[in-house]
Design a protein around this ligand. Structure first.
Ligand code: FAD
Length: 428
């Protein structure tokens, strides 16, 4: 049931999971088996809640099982934008929620060394244009506000690691990690089950109704009633609850994996750190298998295009950065859907009594899904009102095809702006 990706090809075996059948009653029903739904199932089951999760295909089928694998704090919009909208205290609390999530993700990987998460510390935020002091300012700000220990790398230091004339400076975070997202997602599912959550695969929710203080969800083989339903269907959200479907634009992004070529790759990338850059439409890449292969991601489109066509495009970008990789063979490429709200922040909260949602994590969902899951679980358990931190960003409308066209136009404009800034930096 999984798409052909590097991760599916290298996945550790998982448990079989039953299809949902018959009349089922539960306290909380979660729809969608990505990181958001599974982290929530884990948190609720750990607290003793009777919780079920239904997944249309298989755990990790969506973005969670096929992404770049970069886990870092924050959201798809920068801290400045979050602060501008909601104030400093809310911005700090939201950031801390993702730091908490990151530490917990790391701890889960460390506690399960045989799960194949390949969790490796280190993400480099490399700049293709000089920041003129901006990175040092960011380094000091993150240290003062969150105790984050980021290392500044100047031009020589970054070019010793990344052998490309494109890079000018970088910040290194060793608290951030990169990992095998499919093995991690499966580990999260097993952890939730070990706490008592019940997970059904091959069980798409096809209708959702409300009556007598309960919600009823039907699948092809089951009718499930629950006091609370949480929709965590990400970029794969369908018409189950039309208001949710209208609230986001599904955006495709792409990753390719090289064939084994350790010697060639060593001429370009001399670090185990994952690498991203400051462009809104930037590349993200990392070596895996101890430097044997390269995973390279980038590009966004509002139409899900053929991964092969996009691999050719990604390859051109890779070679523009590293001409020495011109002969690197690519073995497999794939795409995945992210969900973006107009405001680009996650949409998390209760939309009607007993009906919750945690979606729209965009391209920054690894820690943000866990952060949102924690906030929703605390609300359902009556432990905190941290879910209110997300209240400034509601279920806004995206205007269907017009929204998609606007999203693509914004991407092209950002890409043009990035290219112009880079050309100017290259001219000095
Ligand atoms: C190629 C790619 C690269 C990315 N790289 C990164 C990265 O490096 N770092 C980062 O932080 N973020 C990254 N992201 C974003 C990140 O992967 C997502 O934000 C995150 O995984 C979203 O998780 P989710 O649980 O909300 O949704 P998903 O993982 O998409 O899960 C949603 C699930 O809901 C199921 N579903 C849908 N409808 C129904 C229904 N009616 N009934 C039952 N089940 C249903 C789907 O089958 C799916 O499995 C990337 C995304 C992509 C696509």
């Amino acid at each position: 049931m999984l798409p052909d990706t590097y991760y599916a090809r290298t996945a550790h075996p998982d448990r079989p999971r039953p299809v949902a059948e018959g009349a089922i009653k539960t306290d909380v029903l979660i729809v969608g088996g990505g990181m958001a739904g599974l982290a929530l199932a884990r948190d609720l089951a750990r607290a003793g809640t009777d919780v079920r999760l239904i997944e249309a295909k298989a755990v990790g089928f969506g973005a969670s099982g096929r992404n770049g694998g970069f886990a870092s704090p924050g959201y798809a919009v920068g801290l400045d934008e979050v602060e501008a909208r909601a104030g400093r205290a809310t911005a700090d609390a939201l950031e801390k929620l993702t730091l908490e999530a990151l530490d917990e993700m790391r701890a889960l990987c460390v506690a399960n060394p045989d799960a194949g998460t390949t969790m490796t510390p280190g993400i480099l935020y490399a700049r293709r244009t000089p920041s003129r002091g901006g990175l040092q300012h960011q380094q000091a700000d993150m240290a003062a506000r969150f105790g984050l220990d980021l290392t500044y790398l100047d031009r020589d230091q970054i070019r010793a690691r990344l052998k490309s004339a494109k890079y000018h400076e970088a910040l290194l975070s060793t608290r951030s990690v990169h990992l095998h997202p499919l093995n991690y997602t499966r580990l999260l599912a097993r952890t939730a089950e070990d706490f008592g959550a019940r997970i059904h695969e091959g069980s798409p929710a096809v209708s959702l109704m409300n009556g007598l203080g309960e919600w009823t969800v039907t699948t092809p083989m089951a009718t499930i009633t629950a006091r609370n339903v949480v929709l965590t269907t990400g970029g794969y959200t369908g018409p189950l609850y039309p208001r949710l479907q209208r609230s986001f634009v599904p955006v495709a992004t792409y990753v390719m994996a090289s064939a084994p070529a350790p010697e060639l790759l060593a001429t370009a990338i001399a670090t185990t750190d994952a690498v991203g850059d400051e462009r809104r439409a930037g590349d993200y890449y990392r070596l895996v298998e101890g430097g044997r292969r390269l995973l390279w991601g980038g590009a966004i489109t509002v139409r899900d295009r053929s991964p092969d066509a996009v691999a050719a495009y990604l390859r051109r970008g890779m070679i523009a950065t590293y001409p020495q990789l011109a002969d690197l063979p690519i073995e497999v490429s794939w795409s995945g859907l992210m969900s973006y709200a107009r405001h680009k922040m996650p949409q998390v909260g209760q939309v009607e009594p007993g009906l919750w949602h945690a979606t729209a994590f965009g391209g920054h969902g690894l820690t943000a899904t866990h952060a949102a899951a924690r906030a929703v679980s605390e609300a359902l358990l009556g432990q905190s009102d941290r879910v209110q931190l997300f209240a400034p960003w509601g279920l806004t409308q995206t205007f269907g095809p017009l929204g998609k066209a606007a999203a693509q136009a914004t991407y092209w404009a950002l890409q043009a702006r990035d290219a112009w800034s880079e050309a100017r930096a290259a001219r000095g």
